[in-house]
Design a protein around this ligand. Structure first.
Ligand code: GCU
Length: 684
């Protein structure tokens, strides 16, 4: 059969008869909510769909708890509705917001108890995952999310284009307006809900203020109404200068009373259209855009203006992005460093923000590179909660034409111990709110699905969206388990399928690092044309963007030490700062991020930097050659459409990896004229 990918990992492929017959014959699904817009009701319908597809069982849906003890039924509701139905045993379940409990009675009846509506929905999807993977449910399973904020950011523009989107036009907008047909938005909400994601910012950070015109406000209502039954709330990005541009005011100064009143009015209008709006995502004073600094005010003044506008209406938050930097930096000044910008801009503001301001911080100090240390700003805020910003869209990582399974990269950040105030401070514990007792913090990922049936432009890339949901729910879950589960749900239970996809995926990030940028030098792609694709090491230097490598004929890398460099190492807490200050204690994979060394510098492995470059590029390109061959094993085991679609991309990647290998190696060979010990480079 042909598969488009629209259902992603929610295909609910039928279990073979011999496996299906081992599961109970369900008689009824009972939803303890009868409101058809409630996520509990959505969950009940999803269970009905899942049972019909996975087990070929047509099960009725009821809204009253009238079942005979003899039959196999599924009851779904919240703790509250179970208690009202007399089920006192669920009174003290250790559940957090959005958490759930699955109870399996005698291997037959199942009860799904959500701490809230969304929790019930997440429990239902977990039940269906067990079923699809032909796994037995434990007698009781309690699951809570690591953090309350598990959101996605769309970079969709009103004209229907998507910044850094690689899968066709927007599913939200076209020609300046919200689309009439929002079918894909509903399908997207279902995918998000299935992995516990509960919020979405609908438009690009640099957005056009026409989002706020009356027709688009009604469009926002329609988007919110479609996503709400899936437990996904929406928020919007605002453009700082909207009072001037749309409101006709003479200024957008955040302390100006007219500006404050104007945002107050807009905010009331937005809440009238979307009563449960999440809040505002703000990118200000970044990459030449306006913000509070434009008007001589502080970043906190800007954030607080929006925060106060939101406060009368509910629990809305300002997601204030820390991606603030000057993109006209002078490279001739050895002390200049874009990586220092976030801490320089935000230090001293920790106590200045309103309670509903959350600072949204990219995982690394520069910009979604193949390897970065965690942003030092993650160690600077104690009172102001944070959102950790990740990218599912593979902007610098092959733009979905290359398979790069991201959880192993994310784990380097989640598991990093920042040693704040001399105490263990894993990034995941800071983000969850545990380390500094924040009640609202968590994760956002730039996702950028488009209207291509594959959503992201590549079937394999969808593993990253699935994994993003699972990682934000539980950042300690093994990345290998996640990909195995995803492969089963998406392609089938056959061991060859699962092993092949797991092998390719687990090898993919180190492989891409090997043939793009090694030792912390960043992804050496094209910076100057802003496409951020394909090898172009020459473009890193000689511009104001600050993603520099400082490569010359003799040496390479950014000196970020306090002693002789930009001082960036010193922005980390002492234990970490000391580690990065010194070449001997800096791990090889971040050597060139923190140090400027001769190409002949010897790594801990004993190799020189330049020989490591040469070898890694050959090794990475070689592994990429194996991907299409490995994929061949799936021919006939999965549908031809998806087989061919992936096969084509893997062949392309194998070829492009050679282009990467030779471009990078020849570039550095030409610069330093140091021969490859194995005599491969420069001989083409
Ligand atoms: C990167 C990206 C831009 C984007 C920016 C951001 O610089 O290339 O397209 O606008 O990040 O995160 O705001």
């Amino acid at each position: 059969p042909s598969e488009t990918g629209i259902d992603g990992w929610l295909r609910y492929a039928a279990l073979p008869d011999e496996l299906a017959s081992r599961h109970p014959q369900y008689s009824t699904i009972i939803s303890l909510a009868d409101d058809q817009c409630s996520p509990v009701f959505t969950a009940a319908r999803e269970l009905q769909l899942g049972l019909s597809k996975i087990l070929s069982q047509n099960v009725t849906l009821e809204t009253k708890l009238l079942v005979s003890a003899a039959s196999s039924y599924i009851v779904i509701g919240t703790v509250k509705t179970f208690l009202s139905a007399g089920r006192d045993e669920y009174e003290n379940l250790p559940l957090k917001d959005d958490g759930y409990c699955l109870v399996c009675k005698d291997g037959k009846a199942t009860e799904i108890i959500g701490q809230n509506d969304r929790g019930a929905l997440y429990g239902a999807f977990e039940f269906l995952r067990f079923l699809s993977r032909n796994q037995l449910l434990p007698e009781m399973r309690i699951s809570n999310p690591s953090a309350p904020i598990r959101w996605v950011n769309q970079w969709d523009n009103l004209d229907g284009s998507i910044e850094r989107g690689y899968a066709g036009p927007s599913i939200f907008f076209a020609d300046g307006y919200v689309l009439d047909d929002l079918t894909r938005v509903q399908q997207y909400a279902r995918l998000l809900a299935s992995v516990g994601l509960n919020g979405l910012i609908v438009n690009n950070v640099n957005s056009n203020y026409n989002l706020l015109n009356p027709i688009n406000m009604q469009g926002l209502t329609r988007i919110a109404d479609i996503m709400r039954p899936w437990g996904v709330r929406i928020g919007v990005s605002l453009y700082f200068d909207t009072p001037k541009g749309l409101g006709g005011l003479r200024t957008s100064d955040p302390l100006d009373p007219d500006v404050i009143a104007w945002w107050g009015y807009i905010t009331s209008e937005l809440y009238r259209h979307v009563p449960d709006m999440l809040g505002y995502l703000i990118k200000a004073n970044s990459e030449g855009q306006p913000g509070p600094l434009t008007y001589g005010r502080t970043l906190a003044d800007g954030a607080n203006m929006f925060a106060r506008a939101l406060q009368p209406h509910g629990d809305g938050v300002v997601m204030y992005r820390a991606f603030v930097y000057n993109h006209h930096l002078d490279e001739s000044d050895w002390k200049n460093d874009r990586a220092n910008a976030a801490v320089e801009y935000f230090d001293g503001l920790d106590t200045q923000f309103e309670d509903n301001v959350i600072v949204q911080i990219k995982y690394g100090p520069i910009d979604f590179q193949i390897r970065e240390p965690p942003s030092p700003l993650l160690a600077h805020l104690r009172k102001t909660p944070i959102i950790l910003e990740l990218q599912v869209t593979q902007e610098y990582l092959g733009q979905q034409d290359h398979v790069v399974y991201l959880p192993p990269l994310w784990k380097t950040i989640f598991n990093f111990d920042l040693h704040v105030d001399g105490q263990q401070s894993l990034v995941r514990d800071i983000v969850s709110g545990q380390r500094f007792n924040w009640s609202r913090s968590g994760y956002a990922a730039v996702v950028n699905v488009g209207n291509d049936p594959t959503w992201l432009g590549s079937h394999l890339a969808m593993a990253n969206l699935y994994a993003y949901g699972l990682c934000t729910w539980d950042p300690q879950q093994s990345e290998e388990d996640i990909i195995q589960g995803w492969a089963q749900l998406t392609f089938g239970l056959d061991k060859t399928i699962v092993d092949t996809i797991t092998n390719i995926s687990m090898a993919s990030w180190p492989t891409y690092e090997d043939y793009s940028g090694n030792l912390g030098i960043q992804t050496l792609c094209d910076i100057v044309t802003h496409c951020h694709y394909g090898p172009c090491p020459a473009s890193q230097d000689g511009n104001g963007w600050g993603q520099w490598t400082r490569a010359d004929a003799h040496s390479i890398g950014m000196d970020r030490t306090v002693a002789t460099g930009t001082g960036n190492a010193g922005q980390y807490p002492q234990v970490v700062a000391e580690q990065f200050e010194c070449i001997d204690t800096t791990p090889d994979e971040l050597l060139l991020w923190f140090h400027h060394v001769p190409y002949t510098h010897r790594l801990k492995s004993g190799k020189t930097v330049i020989q490591h470059f040469y070898d890694a590029h050959y090794a990475g390109a070689l592994v990429a050659q194996t991907f299409p061959q490995q994929w061949e094993a799936l021919r006939g085991l999965i549908d031809d459409d998806r087989f061919n679609h992936v096969a084509f991309r893997l062949r392309y990647q194998a070829g492009h990896a050679l282009v990467w290998r030779d471009s990078i190696n020849n570039f550095y060979y030409a610069k330093c004229e140091i021969k490859d010990e194995r005599n491969r480079v420069g001989n083409h």
